[in-house]
Design a protein around this ligand. Structure first.
Ligand code: 13P
Ligand code: SF4
Length: 445
């Protein structure tokens, strides 16, 4: 009897594209689920309407005056993936060192593949600072990141955000007027906010997460405060506690709570400040007794992760290692094996050689890219629904092709520049953070 040898077909490489996954779901070629089928159409369909677009949560309210994107020219709206890819490559080649393209970890694959640097928000802002030869910095991320790059780059460098509608719903939850108002109310309860006690500490130090507007960073700089990122929040809080009896932390309540609790601050000494309520919804006694006042902000992407998802991952994948971002709710961080910033998650996975199963609680574009980059591991997103960050997703390759071709033509579209009166104190707040601890650099591709 002769045996016929049937060769096993080669395993195709994992497709990191969230866009392809969503298209397949909408076309009925995949049984997966997405949070918004509208994600499959071009983001330009939403440019003329105020709002964060498909995929955003009910809790996200776009502030009046948020920047709006004008209509993207038709040729970019109608071009296919391959054509846009080619046009982006050609424009980048023409521009050479005059332009640097930065891609946040949460950007779609079709954009990230053109980035000169890929990293977290702070790594990218410092990468921009190092490229003094570049006349234009095209920041494929969200608005607060482009502002930070403008704060840290040279005065003659233009920072360009390919789609002005790419804001951050969490950053928008702390509006400068609300923060000024909160400060005034705190002064009524806590007394002179500049008065030092016998230990040289003032009543409250404002600390803002990097995910906040330049106006908020400026506020913090003017009031003796500091910026933090998700990877240095504990060091920054230590800095603040040396100088103040309590901290006002914004905009992300979860990062504030998770960090302060890990440092031993009891939950009852962390009242919430809801800007829509008098005294933020707390009593004067609660504010007086507080160690950390948490602003009522959250990330609608990280709020989707639940303890039930972790339980399910553990039941279906014995031995799974669960890593989540500290923007997740406290119960989720507690149920996970570890929590860390986007760069922490990337490095934690890259450091493991043994085939391992990872369940990750962060934005789907980063998770899919890690799965494709490390095929020896099984890496999946804790949230079974394909739901990218709706604002990061506004940067479609059509906008990247458009801004690059505009730069080739000698025009600078979508320039993000922070006014001098805000920039000076905002830089002070950033410099204070830089002085607390060095950071890992973004990786050049
Ligand atoms: P990074 O600061 O790690 O880039 O994260 C930004 C962000 O938006 C997380 O949701
Ligand atoms: Fe903002 Fe959340 Fe999107 Fe990060 S993932 S940019 S915090 S909305």
């Amino acid at each position: 009897m002769s045996i016929t040898f049937v060769p096993t077909p080669p395993v195709p490489p994992l497709d990191a594209s969230v866009d392809h996954a969503i298209q397949a779901i909408v076309a009925g070629a995949s049984t997966d689920e997405t949070c918004a089928t509208d994600l499959a159409v071009g983001p330009w369909d939403f440019d003329t309407r105020p709002g964060y677009g498909p995929g955003s949560s009910m809790g996200d309210v776009i502030p009046t005056g948020a920047p709006r994107q004008g209509e993207l020219p038709r040729e970019y709206r109608e071009a296919g993936e391959d054509e846009l890819d080619e046009r982006i490559r050609a424009a980048k080649e023409t521009l050479g060192d005059r332009v640097v393209v930065l891609g946040h970890f949460y950007q779609r694959e079709e954009v990230v593949r053109h980035a000169d640097y890929v990293g977290d928000s702070f790594q990218l802002a410092t990468a921009a600072k190092g490229r003094t030869d570049a006349e234009a910095i095209v920041f494929c991320g969200v608005h607060f990141m482009a502002e930070t790059a403008d704060l840290l780059s040279g005065p003659d460098q233009a920072v360009v955000l390919p789609n002005l509608a790419a804001g951050c719903s969490m950053a928008d939850m702390a509006d400068i007027d609300q923060v000024e108002d909160c400060w005034e109310q705190l002064a009524e309860v806590l007394g002179d906010l500049d008065a030092q006690d016998a230990d040289g500490r003032v009543p409250v130090i404002p600390v803002t997460y990097m995910n906040s507007s330049a106006a908020i960073k400026g506020f913090v700089g003017r009031h003796g405060g500091i910026v933090c990122t998700s990877s240095n929040a504990e060091t920054v809080l230590e800095w603040a506690f040396e100088r103040g009896r309590r901290v006002l932390f914004f905009p992300d309540q979860h990062l504030g709570r998770n960090t302060a609790r890990a440092m031993g601050v009891p939950l009852e000494r962390m009242p919430m400040w809801n800007p829509r309520r008098a005294l933020g919804g707390s009593t004067a006694a609660e504010l007086e007794d507080s160690r950390v006042i948490l602003w009522h902000g959250f990330c609608s992407v990280h709020r989707r992760f639940t303890v039930a998802q972790i339980d399910q991952a553990r039941a279906e994948h014995p031995g799974v290692r669960v890593i989540v971002h500290p923007e997740c709710p406290m119960e989720v961080v507690d149920a996970a094996d570890e929590a860390g910033s986007t760069d922490y998650i990337r490095r934690a996975i890259a450091a493991v050689e043994e085939p391992t199963t990872f369940a990750v609680g962060t934005e789907i574009n980063l998770v899919r890219r890690l799965a494709a980059q490390f095929p020896q591991h099984e890496i999946f997103c804790l949230d079974p629904v394909v739901c990218p960050c709706s604002t990061m997703y506004r940067i479609h390759p059509g906008y990247l092709a458009w801004v690059l071709e505009e730069l080739v033509a000698g025009r600078t579209p979508n320039r993000i520049s922070v006014s001098d009166d805000v920039a000076a104190p905002a830089r002070v707040a950033l410099e204070r953070m830089l002085a607390t601890k060095p950071r890992v650099a973004a990786s050049a591709r």
